[in-house]
Design a protein around this ligand. Structure first.
Ligand code: LLP
Length: 418
């Protein structure tokens, strides 16, 4: 029985922390997302310990999970000065509403629209610039507003993070970031437009679910070298150095991924090795998303019926698209009643767990051997679904979005279906 993610099987059924999932299913229906706030608290406390001694501001990547209770929980921590990494005006607004200060927010993304830039510049939010055309848009909008935009350069270090190709962002073939070659042109422009725009940091982000520490270290070292060059050769008054996110969690069948402490160690060594002293005084930013919330969430679902080797459940790719999009493997915990327990070791049949959506890719798990005979109405929870679960949900097939239930100890909030 593992409770590392807050979910476990007890004699009276599946639980999230001290709450029976059958009770959540009764009140909220299924499918439903369930989040353990204790698990997030534990991650946040571990983060503070891992980065002790580093002048750090973690900016939570809100795209992983933008649930308002979770955002408030992160904003309210006092062991680290948490901020937000946002990629749309919607995420910026959700961050502000949750209590994050504009000065602790970063706006990333390759296609920021004029109305989004206007919003960010008016709130003095740092923009991580990803192209020359974006720099020109920022200059024009800042002039128009009579303000000076605060920017960072997001560089693409051309490092292959060795993760799934669809969540790799730091190679030449990815649309993200600025090539190192663009540096001179960028610097010329910000010198010419110094009243409208000021460079205050550098950043990078090479992908998600990164298990290759050498690749992450390579990108971190390149970033430190770049910051040194900007400070020493180009007289730039930098305030922050942003190493991005990508810290992994363990999915079904994975070996243990590198620990957050290992990433903290890479940053420590990269900063210690810096030849420019001013770098050691910069604010260190990281952008963790999945690592904060991934383990905290489960997608609660109910078996609609069983045919051949298919367990048809009421959750689908519209609630959790990760298996269909990235062949992601999420652990599934079934509820076992007394009958099940008796035959628990008998059935060795392999099943696919599929949803009701009219797509062959609507498979939530392949070739699993539950070890018992699944049956109609049985509850199950799909684990490691706290990150990029609800936030990527869709209404395809005109399915409603699922409710999100937040658990704290033995209480939970049951919000009505959206
Ligand atoms: N910073 C930037 C600029 C990002 O683009 C991302 C994620 C992060 C930080 C946070 O990355 P994390 O620490 O969560 O790995 N939907 C995919 C993941 C896409 C990630 C997009 N960018 C999935 O479900 O695996």
């Amino acid at each position: 029985m593992s409770v590392a993610n807050g979910f476990h099987r007890a004699p009276d059924g599946l639980h999230c922390e001290g709450v029976r999932l059958a009770e959540i299913a009764r009140q909220a229906g299924t499918p439903a997302y369930v989040y353990s706030l204790d698990v997030i608290d534990r991650q946040l406390a571990r983060m503070a310990k891992a980065f002790e001694g580093i002048n750090i501001r973690p900016c939570y990547a809100a795209k992983a999970n933008n649930n308002a209770d979770i955002l408030r929980l992160i904003a309210g921590r006092d062991d680290l000065p948490w901020g937000i990494d946002a990629v749309s005006k919607g995420e910026l607004m959700a961050g502000l509403a949750a209590g994050f200060k504009p000065a602790a927010m970063i706006f990333s993304g390759v296609g920021k629209q004029a109305h989004e830039l206007e919003f960010a510049i008016s709130h003095d939010i740092v923009l991580n610039v990803e192209s020359l055309f974006e720099l020109e848009d920022i200059v024009a909008i800042a002039k128009n507003l009579g303000r000076r935009a605060r920017i960072g350069f997001r560089f693409n270090p051309d490092v292959d993070a060795g993760t799934h190709p669809k969540i790799t962002t730091g190679t030449k073939r990815n649309k993200f970031g600025l090539p190192m070659l663009a540096l001179d042109e960028l610097l010329n422009r910000i010198k010419q437009e110094s009243r409208a725009v000021g460079l205050c940091g550098v950043s990078t982000h090479i992908g998600s679910q990164i298990c290759d520490l050498d690749a992450w270290g390579d990108s971190a070292r390149q970033l430190v070298a770049l910051a040194g060059k900007l400070i020493e050769n180009h007289n730039q008054d930098l305030e922050f150095i942003d190493f991005g996110g990508g810290f992994p969690v363990r999915y079904d069948g994975d070996r243990d991924p590198p620990a957050i402490e290992a990433f903290a160690g890479i940053i420590r060594i990269a900063l210690e090795g810096a030849t420019v002293d001013a770098i050691k005084k910069l604010l260190v930013v990281i952008e963790p998303g999945r690592w904060v919330v991934g383990e905290s969430g489960g997608l609660l679902t109910r078996v609609i019926g069983v045919k051949d080797r298919f367990i048809v459940v009421d959750a689908s790719m519209t609630e959790l698209i990760r298996p269909a999009l990235y062949d992601a493997r999420h652990e599934i915990l079934f509820d076992l009643d007394a009958d099940h327990a008796k035959v628990a070791t008998r059935s060795a049949i392999e099943y696919d767990i599929v949803g009701p959506v009219c797509e062959s890719s609507d498979v939530l798990a392949r070739d699993i051997v539950p070890g018992f005979e699944p049956k109609k109405n049985q509850l199950a929870v799909i684990l490691q679904a706290g990150a990029y679960g609800f936030s990527m949900a869709s209404t395809y097939n005109l399915r409603p979005l699922p409710p999100e239930i937040v658990v704290r100890g033995s209480t939970f909030n049951s919000c009505p279906k959206p």
